[in-house]
Design a protein. Structure first.
Length: 291
């Protein structure tokens, strides 16, 4: 693990790292005071002229947020924009299970018994993945779904440096409505959402608007709801998150690495604001808005 840390540290070129930390530090200071309630009157750092420059930077980011908030979507988009891998620990477990890797047998035993995969196994899979990425010349990563507990956050500190932790926030009633509105087409597997969220801003709090994602006519009669998208299950997932993962926010807040981001709505409303908060420019955003 120490070798990995050295490896990752050594890979960060001083110039790109320096530029990046300036941008991030300014991003954090401008946001923590205003908590994204209102856009800063002038951007702390001018828009970056070239996407190429963004790719050259070393990004070691973590996405936090309640289940259903959209971490995977935003982490995926940012990883494509910045040219760094989006690493979801759930995917690492699934990949290892389907491989002939050294942990595959142990993992299938754990998963078949319905047990939770231990922090040690997750960290070991993650370390292996980061090392492989380093060998391939990856310039960073965006983690999604990790660290999930305070203990994992502490272990991660010994494995690699995290520059920035983006905490995506949505009120719980909105999350619940959004999760209960999820539908899948039983025929083509398409994902839709029938919930229309339209909360008016009041008492200085901004409103939240999320348009439904309605299916095309050919799917409309074939929609099914996932068995675990019930109010009871969603509330239980939120309870576990509050108990296990909320302390992780405080862990990174104390280290000055937490960027709070209140989602103003769906991807159309949120993506441009998230980019502004991170001082990034997506030149393809118009073309890729539907992606
Ligand atoms: Zn369909």
């Amino acid at each position: 693990m120490a070798a990995l840390t050295r490896l990752l540290r050594a890979s960060a070129t001083p110039s790109s790292n320096c530029l990046f930390s300036t941008v991030v530090r300014r991003g954090i200071s401008s946001l923590s005071s205003e908590a994204d309630r209102k856009p800063p009157s002038s951007p702390p750092v001018g828009p970056l002229p070239l996407r190429k420059d963004q790719k050259e930077r070393n990004v070691q980011w973590v996405f936090l947020g309640c289940p259903g908030v959209g971490k995977g979507t935003y982490a995926g988009r940012l990883s494509r924009l910045l040219g760094v891998p989006h690493i979801a620990t759930g995917d690492l477990v699934r990949e290892e299970l389907s491989s002939s890797g050294s942990l595959a047998d142990e993992l299938s035993g754990i998963v078949n018994q319905g047990k939770l995969v231990s922090d040690e196994i997750i960290i070991s899979l993650l370390s292996k993945r980061l090392e492989e990425g380093e060998t391939k010349g990856e310039s960073g990563f965006i983690l999604d779904g990790f660290p999930r507990t305070l203990r994992q956050a502490e272990i991660l500190e010994g494995v690699t440096d995290i520059d920035l932790v983006i905490n995506l926030n949505l009120p719980e009633d909105v999350l619940l409505k959004k999760c209960l509105g999820r539908r899948i087409c039983g025929h083509c597997g398409g994902n839709f959402n029938v919930a229309c969220i339209d909360i008016k801003g009041e008492n200085g709090k901004p409103g939240i608007y999320m348009a439904p994602l309605l299916p095309p006519p050919e799917c409309a009669s074939k929609l099914i709801t996932r068995a675990d998208d019930t109010e009871e299950v969603v509330k239980e997932r939120l309870r576990i998150y509050n108990e296990m993962t909320r302390p992780v926010e405080e862990f990174y807040r104390r280290r000055g690495k937490l960027l709070e981001f209140d989602l103003p709505g769906g991807i159309t409303e949120s993506w441009p604001k998230l980019l502004r908060a991170l001082n990034l420019v997506d030149h393809d955003s118009k073309q890729s808005a539907a992606a």
